[in-house]
Design a protein. Structure first.
Length: 140
């Protein structure tokens, strides 16, 4: 038998159909790839933004922690030290402990509101308890 091509088969353009199907596949996969790329960019931007936010909040908490530690380790004197005029000084130990307690309490509240609990929060909580114990000791 010989292969005869019918009129119907002659009217069909297989090359054209193949190219059309290929173009449709590229377009549909292109949209999917575009969506995946957009999603990956959104996730990367979100993570980067969150990272910088946490870093900035941690730095702010660190500055507050340093101020609270300066209060906790402040000098007890009647006048400021001329060599270090910006350093805090207190008339007595209960005043120093009270100031440190207030600063560490504020720090602990800010840390819980800003960032997840970490080593800085643990240290602040520890020193807060020491300041509280010192105040109770001096009140008795």
């Amino acid at each position: 038998m010989s292969d005869h091509i019918s009129r119907k088969e002659l009217k069909q353009d297989k090359i054209k159909e193949t190219i059309e199907h290929g173009a449709e596949a590229v377009i549909s996969h292109g949209q999917f790839t575009f969506m995946v790329v957009i999603l990956a960019l959104a996730v990367a931007l979100g993570y980067t933004g969150w990272h910088f936010y946490i870093q900035r909040q941690t730095e702010a908490a660190s500055v507050d922690f340093d101020a609270a530690m300066k209060a906790y380790q402040g000098r007890i004197a009647s006048a400021p030290d001329p060599a270090e005029p910006n350093e805090p000084f207190y008339r007595d130990e209960p005043a120093r402990a009270q100031d440190a307690l207030q600063k560490f309490t504020r720090l602990r509240t800010n840390i819980r509101a800003r960032i997840r609990e970490g080593s800085l929060a643990t240290i602040a909580h520890f020193v807060l308890r020491i300041s509280s114990a010192t105040i109770k000791h001096w009140k008795n």
